[in-house]
Design a binder for this molecule. Sequence first.
Ligand code: ATP
Ligand code: MG
Length: 159
Amino acid sequence: MIKLSDVSYSYLDNIAALCDVNLEIKKGERVLIIGSNGSGKSTLMKIISALIYPLSGRYFYKDREPNLKTLKKNDVHFLVRSEIAYLFEDSDSQLFSPKVYEELIFGPKQLGLSDSECKKRVEAVVDMIDISDLLSRPSYTLSGGEKKGCYIINTDIKS
Ligand SMILES: Nc1ncnc2c1ncn2[C@@H]1O[C@H](COP(=O)(O)OP(=O)(O)OP(=O)(O)O)[C@@H](O)[C@H]1O
Ligand SMILES: [Mg+2]
């Protein structure tokens, strides 16, 4: 399902973050990636989420390759965005709506779901993590843990 082949990445041309990483994750497998600070875990997750692309080597999700060329066509990126959730270390990087409810419904709307399906998904997650009292709050007023909980809805909750 997820395959990296000799993937390398560096920031600003000279800060090496990943060097020739090979990784294969099959459907149904659960994988824990551990490593010291600065060892490249977040960079790896950003590549898997197609937020950045390998500078060398190749990354495949379900045998398709998200990269700058396929970005124009959008379909492989849509697939990755709708099936892979990336929880930023700093929640403030990804919360931008005026109120929690708008934050929650943003993800499902971007997936092109109907209004009723979007509302259904928001309600399901609000019930699941019991945050009905937060819906009318501005996102920036939430606690660190509450902010991270709110982002979960932005993925396909069926998968
Ligand atoms: N935006 C950036 N610009 C420049 N260098 C970066 C950037 N992000 C990460 N790095 C560098 O890339 C390397 C890998 O960083 P990365 O964030 O992937 O590590 P990590 O394993 O997630 O660390 P941590 O456990 O501290 O979260 C480190 O040397 C880091 O300093
Ligand atoms: Mg990290």
